[in-house]
Ligand binder design. Structure first.
Ligand code: CA
Length: 228
């Protein structure tokens, strides 16, 4: 179940947001004061933040900028000021989407789902653990940990994560990664996979996520309980 942090100071609005998101199957936590957000995020994990712009304590703009210093968690800004939208989504703040007040709650739920789909191509595995890929920074997250990948490593992982269990041959991976038809050898892919596996092993110790299939290629498997 994805967990959403709602930062909204108006009680009535916050309660409606929570109702709609819970009905859509999300787990919600709400904070009303801007000062509480960063400390809460440092000790809790969340999949997405719906962040109001005008808040007591600290405003949403300042918060979004601060959050981006230590986290790539998706942020949807809620604003009544349409003229701010460009700035919200710009590199300066790094919000992932926005909703303008007044908004429909169905629309809000749809935006939340769309952002989660866009930014989290991998599915939750049985243990509830999630490997999250952020194409903006080429980082992969597991719980509170993360590691930076090279572009090629990121593309390899992204390709395999989208179809867990499927075996990809080296040729398929080369075609997917090197779209400019550059000639690379099988060993190039093996060497990138080797480095990727090493990074994933540091990120998720004791779990093999990318499996070499003898004579065939590679496949990605989500961690399953009892795999150790
Ligand atoms: Ca407000």
């Amino acid at each position: 179940m994805s967990r959403i942090l709602i930062v909204e100071d108006e009680d009535k609005l916050a309660h409606l947001q929570i109702d709609y998101l819970r009905n859509a199957g999300f787990d919600c936590h709400r904070l009303a004061n801007g000062l509480d957000v960063v400390p809460w995020l440092k000790s809790n994990t969340v999949d997405l933040i719906v962040l109001d712009l005008m808040l007591p304590g600290r405003d949403g703009l300042e918060l979004c900028r601060d959050i981006r210093r230590f986290s790539a968690v998706p942020v949807i800004m809620v604003t009544a000021r349409i003229e701010e939208v460009d700035r919200l989504l710009g590199l300066e703040l790094g919000a992932d989407d926005y909703i303008c007040k007044p908004f429909s709650f169905r629309e809000m739920v749809a935006r939340v789902k769309a952002v989660l789909r866009r930014l989290q191509p991998s599915a939750t595995d049985k243990s509830g653990e999630l490997l999250r890929l952020d194409a903006g920074s080429f980082r992969v997250y597991f719980g509170k940990l993360d590691v930076e990948l090279t572009v090629v490593e990121f593309l390899l992982l992204q390709t395999m994560v989208q179809q867990p269990g499927r075996i990809f041959s080296r040729t398929q991976l080369m075609d997917l990664i090197y779209r400019d038809q550059r000639i690379v050898s099988d060993r190039t892919i093996d060497s990138h996979i080797k480095k990727l596996r090493k990074k994933l092993a540091d990120l998720v110790p004791g779990r093999e996520l990318i499996h070499a299939v003898y004579g065939a290629g590679y496949r990605y498997e989500h961690y399953r309980e009892g795999d150790d």
